[in-house]
Unconditional design. Structure first.
Length: 444
């Protein structure tokens, strides 16, 4: 086992008034059968958090969408799953202007068995208001969703069969506030293309990023595309880290000056090893500056702008600790200077999928980890201070035991979605679950 590069300490209540409440929380059912993963996190109006992803192998072998609500100290308030009698998964969760949520991802239960875009509209307590699926006869996979200025939503991902697609193309779908289709467009060429993140632009149009084989026939390039409000393509820019090597963007956010923040990976930038890749662009997609962080297979999954810079999250095997993968959190100032880059994890591979700045200038990282449950995937949320530390630690020290300590018994609320194509769902018998706080030896 490799050495851990930092120690994760649990502080369920801040000891000093005004201090950051830092904590680490595993999410799921630690019974040796259920597995969980986190794809998205949002802070709620009450100062708590809602996380979303997937759960599988609890009572049946199929996968369901899943959300969990935590209070500001990381205590589990409730969790719910949504799905039918085939695989369903949430890839993104977004707070909506009415205080509820949009849960978006992929369904094979309520649409084509190959998988379609899926949106589930929830109230603030996770109760289903409506659900809709979108797609054709082959596979569609949703990666990103955002609420639009008119109260509707924009969805992006990839599609295998949507006209006039030829092969796999990026696919954008705009819906209204009740899930009705406004328009759909596919973008791409004769080689595979995909969109992984979308934002609404200042002019009411949309911008999305991903990767494109069409843009670079000798390798995969990162790309940024801009459309008008009706989905008509206005321009496309590709970004190449090096000939014959793959590059891609997984995350896009609008910058406060009307430009864009894009994050992902490069496999050969500046004739060196690849790594996590952060790019600062103007409103026309022109490169302002870029940073490569880490090396080899490091990659970024999320980016958010803060008052003094940018916070990035992803997965790293760098920083001198062997080949296992861990969460990484990276803070960069407005000029592109790296303020800190930290690694968080256990003895197995884990990866961060989402990051959210908190109201007190701290951060929450969320993703998936098997390190604290003997190899079963569980959701993992880490509440960090403004400097990326947990407690007063500034470096990793001792590892965790594989089994978390201090279980707290809660009720597993199996609320399932019904309707659309297949109204028959699995049973809804409540299941006793454990919401477990991860404990660790303090840094020395």
């Amino acid at each position: 086992m490799r050495a851990i590069v930092a120690a994760l300490a649990l502080l369920m209540h801040a000891a000093v008034a005004g201090a950051d409440p830092q904590w680490v929380r595993t999410l799921g059912v630690d019974d040796g059968f259920c597995e969980f993963g986190v794809r998205s996190v949002e802070q709620t109006s009450d100062g708590g958090y809602v996380l979303a992803g997937w759960v599988e192998d609890c009572s049946t072998v199929d996968r369901d969408a899943w959300i969990a609500k935590l209070d500001t100290n990381g205590a589990l308030l409730w969790q719910k799953s949504y799905g039918g009698n085939a695989d369903d998964e949430a890839t993104v969760l977004r707070r909506t202007t009415d205080g509820g949520f949009l849960l978006a991802g992929v369904t094979k239960s309520f649409a084509d068995p190959d998988g379609d875009f899926w949106c589930v509209r929830l109230d603030s307590n996770g109760k289903v208001k409506w659900q809709k699926s979108y797609g054709g006869k082959n596979e569609e996979w949703l990666y990103s969703a955002e609420q639009t200025s008119d109260g509707g939503f924009i969805l992006v991902g990839r599609a295998e069969d949507v006209t006039p697609a030829t092969g796999q193309d990026a696919w954008c779908v705009r819906i209204n506030s009740t899930g009705g289709l406004v328009w759909e467009r596919s973008y791409g060429g004769i080689y595979p293309d995909a969109a992984f993140s979308v934002v609404q632009a200042a002019d009411g149009g949309f911008a999305f990023v991903g990767w494109s084989d069409t843009a670079e026939t000798t390798g995969m390039d990162a790309w940024l595309a801009k459309t008008n409000s009706s989905g008509t393509l206005e321009w496309v820019k590709s970004y190449d880290g090096g000939t014959d090597h793959d590059d891609g963007f997984y995350a896009l956010r609008p910058a406060d000056d009307g430009g864009y923040l894009a994050a992902g990976f490069t496999r050969r930038l500046f004739s060196t090893d690849g790594g996590a890749w952060f790019v600062r662009l103007d409103s026309a997609g022109a490169l302002l500056w870029q940073r490569r962080i880490g090396k080899t297979l490091d990659r970024l999954s999320a980016v958010r702008e803060t008052s003094d810079g940018f916070i990035l999250a992803g997965t790293t095997s760098s920083y001198g600790s062997g080949y296992d993968e861990d969460f990484t959190g990276i803070k960069i100032d407005k000029l592109g200077n790296i303020l800190w880059a930290r690694r968080y994890g256990g003895t197995w591979d884990e990866g961060a999928s989402a990051v959210q700045p908190t109201r007190d200038a701290g951060f929450i990282l969320a993703g998936t980890s098997p390190s604290f449950t003997g190899g079963d995937d569980q959701g993992l949320a880490i509440r960090l201070s403004a400097s990326g530390t947990i407690s007063t630690c500034t470096k990793f020290a001792k590892s965790f035991s594989r089994r978390p300590a201090t279980p707290a018994t809660t009720i597993w609320d199996t609320t399932f979605v019904t309707g659309l194509v297949k109204p028959t769902v699995k049973g809804t018998k409540a299941k006793t679950a454990t919401a477990t706080a991860v404990t660790a030896t303090p840094c020395k």
